[in-house]
Structures are given as structure tokens and as C-alpha cells.
Design a binder for this molecule. Structure first.
Ligand code: HEC
Ligand SMILES: [Cu+2]
Length: 350
């Protein structure tokens, strides 16, 4: 039976693949357009390995074609058997030595890059951020600066930012493809890496290790701003008064509810190291809510009243008293005005 796809099956499959892959490559979420030191270093290795692979493919194809043409069965030579070269020392040596050379060409730069990307010799004088992976969000503690934040990591361009990473629960993997390679984030030990962004911008990050039902929603951002803007951001964050009352009356009620509904038990505002939930000091500047929802009031109300519908298996669901729609709106008004700094994604040119 010839189905509706009929002979066009390959074309159909190709079309589906094109559609599927067209969804990939969100802006600043690709290792193929490196915007940072680590990503560039990986990209160079990728290009090198592709060149070597293409070289091997070309040689193999060439030998294949020559063999096909030269050793075809010819008329009048049906019983002809070509010269047997089994055990030929020269051939054996050539096809042993060439691959070894190719592997060496690949291995030496790879090992050099691996050590280079693990280099911590300047870490002590640089910016150090303690990164904690949690189901399903990221916490960032700027060590020595008493600044805590979550989900959006601000870094200065042109400088190495050293990450000291651990997990509070299961294994996660920290990956900002445009800036650097992946690093596993384990509960048992601290893994380290550094980020160095060449250009200002907002870079997407993903958790790259299956960690539970909402693993694919464990997105975050790295926001690279100029060093001056970064210093400004740090000092703005440091001067936040967590007790400050909002000007708006609705937001004031929201603040009271935020305490009443025990949100404060998990969410710190200011530099308190409490990290059972995301730090909300600059929540009003977040690029997303819970890592992936657009930061609108509507989405925030939805999150506060029913987080489970947004992120299945998250650790907030069921751990606070019921919040009505109206109360959620008041809380949302409070949270959305938490914007202590003028340095936001706009400063990064987005
Ligand atoms: C038991 C601890 C806990 C309590 C209590 C709690 N939350 Fe959460 N909250 C979390 C966790 C954990 C997350 C991260 C969820 C995720 O992304 O997987 C979160 C995420 C959020 C976010 C998104 C933060 C971001 O950076 O995008 C907001 C906003 C929020 N909670 C508001 C509230 C409000 C308002 C209350 C009180 C009504 C509250 N939370 C009570 C633990 C808690
Ligand atoms: Cu994860």
C-alpha cells in the first residue's frame, strides 16, 4: 500500500526535521556563536575536530571510489584476482601512524584547553560567586560582597568570574552555551569554573542534567554589563533596606501579606543568606518569573496562587497558606516594585 507519504517519505522526514530544528538556536543560547572565552575555546576545538573528520572522510571516500573503479569485474577477466597485499608492512604502518598523528593533533589542544578552563590561579583576587543549584532554580551568592540573588547572574564583561558550585539536592549541570561549557553541580563537592563574557548581553542558561519533572524549566540568565555598571549594580544591591516600605498603598498591603503568608520564611529580600527559595531583592528586574514565565503581573499572580500549574514538583507548592487572587495581586504589586538598581537587562543592550 502506498500511504499518503508515498515515495515522498524522505522528503517528509527531512521537512519534519527542519521544522523541529528550526526551534533550536534561541538567541544567545548556542555554542556555535561563542560570546565568551570558554565557548570560544570549545568552538575552536569543534572546528579542529570537524577539519580532521572531513580529512578522514575525504581519504576514505577517495580510496573507496578508486577501489570501485579499478577493481570492478571486467569482461574477459572474470577469474582475475588482484594482487593480495595482506600483511604489507608499509600499508600497516601508514594506517597505524596516520590515525595516531590525527589523535595527537586533536588531543594536545583539548588537554591544553581543559587545563586552561580549569585555571584558578587568579581566583583569589577576582570575583567569586557561590552558585547553588536547587530543584528548579539557581542561587547566586557574591562571596565577600554580601550580595545575594537568584536566577539572573550579573557579571562584568572582560573579566573572569569564578563560580564555586554545589547543589542543595540532586545533581544539576550549569550551562550557558554562548559563554562557556557545562559543569556538573553536585551535592557532595564544590566544582569550579569561570565565566568570561566578551560582549554585553543577556545570555541564556540551562540546567543540563535531568533533575526532576521541571528540569527543562530550570532556566536562568547571565547578564553581562560593563565593569562600571557591574560595580554600580553591586553597590545598589548592597544598599537595599529589606524593611523599606513601598510608596504605593497596594504594595504596602502586599508587603504585609508577604510576611503574613510566611513567604518570608523561604524568600529573603536583601543580603540575608536564607536560600530555601529564590532571593527576591531585585525581583522587579527579573527577566523571567520562576526562570521561564514572562514577568507580567498576570503570570506572577498565577505563580503565587498555583505554582504547581507552572512548574510541576517545585518546592514552593503546598508549603504556604492559601492565597486568594486579590491577595496575590497585592503581593505581586509589592514584588514587582522591588527594583533597587538602574542596572538591568537594558544596560546589557537588551
Ligand atoms: C517553602 C518555601 C517557600 C515558601 C513558603 C514560599 N515560596 Fe516562593 N518559592 C519557593 C521556591 C523553592 C521557589 C522556586 C521554585 C522553582 O523555580 O522551582 C519559589 C519561587 C517563587 C517566586 C519566583 C522567583 C523568581 O526568582 O522567579 C516568587 C515570586 C515566589 N516564590 C513568591 C512567593 C510568595 C509570594 C510566597 C508567599 C505567598 C512564597 N513564594 C512562599 C519557596 C517558597
Ligand atoms: Cu537541574
Amino acid at each position: 500500500m502506498i500511504g499518503w507519504m508515498g515515495k515522498r517519505k524522505p522528503l517528509f522526514l527531512f521537512g519534519m526535521l527542519t521544522l523541529l530544528l528550526a526551534g533550536c538556536g534561541k538567541e544567545n543560547l548556542t555554542a556555535f556563536e561563542p560570546k565568551g572565552y570558554g565557548a570560544e575555546s570549545s568552538m575552536n576545538l569543534i572546528i579542529l575536530s570537524i577539519i580532521i573528520m572531513a580529512f578522514v572522510l575525504a581519504i576514505v571516500l577517495l580510496v573507496y571510489v578508486i577501489t570501485l573503479v579499478r577493481f570492478r569485474k571486467k569482461k574477459g577477466q572474470e577469474n582475475f584476482i588482484p594482487k593480495q597485499v595482506e600483511g604489507n608492512k608499509t600499508l600497516e604502518t601508514v594506517w597505524t601512524v596516520i590515525p595516531i598523528i590525527l589523535v595527537l593533533i586533536l588531543a594536545v589542544p583539548t588537554v591544553v584547553a581543559t587545563f586552561d578552563l580549569a585555571d584558578k590561579s587568579e581566583a583569589q583576587d577576582g570575583i567569586n560567586v557561590e552558585v547553588t543549584g536547587n530543584q528548579y532554580w539557581w542561587h547566586f551568592n557574591y562571596q565577600g560582597d554580601e550580595v545575594q540573588t537568584s536566577q539572573d547572574l550579573y557579571i562584568p564583561t572582560g573579566e573572569r568570574v569564578y563560580l564555586n558550585m554545589k547543589s542543595s539536592d540532586v545533581i544539576h549541570s550549569f550551562w550557558v552555551p554562548s559563554i562557556s561549557g557545562k559543569m556538573d553541580v553536585n551535592p557532595e563537592n564544590v566544582n569550579t569554573m569561570y565565566l568570561e563574557a566578551h560582549e554585553e548581553g543577556v545570555y541564556w542558561g540551562k540546567c543540563a542534567e535531568l533533575c526532576g519533572p521541571s528540569h527543562s524549566l530550570m532556566d536562568f540568565k547571565v547578564i553581562a554589563v560593563s565593569p562600571e555598571e557591574y560595580d554600580q549594580w553591586i553597590s545598589d544591591m548592597q544598599s537595599v533596606d529589606p524593611e523599606a516600605d513601598p510608596e504605593d498603598a497596594v504594595a504596602q498591603d502586599g508587603k504585609a501579606l508577604f510576611e503574613e503568608k510566611s513567604c518570608v520564611a523561604c524568600h529573603a529580600i536583601g543580603s540575608s543568606p536564607n536560600a530555601t527559595g529564590p532571593n527576591l531583592t531585585n525581583f522587579g528586574d527579573r527577566t523571567k518569573i520562576a526562570g521561564y514565565l514572562e514577568p507580567t503581573e498576570e503570570n506572577l499572580v498565577k505563580w503565587i496562587t498555583d505554582p504547581e500549574s507552572v512548574k510541576p514538583g517545585n518546592k514552593m507548592t503546598g508549603n504556604y497558606p492559601d492565597v486568594s487572587e486579590e491577595e496575590a495581586e497585592q503581593i505581586a504589586a509589592y514584588l514587582l516594585q522591588l527594583s533597587p538598581s538602574d542596572i538591568t537587562t537594558e544596560s546589557a543592550g537588551n
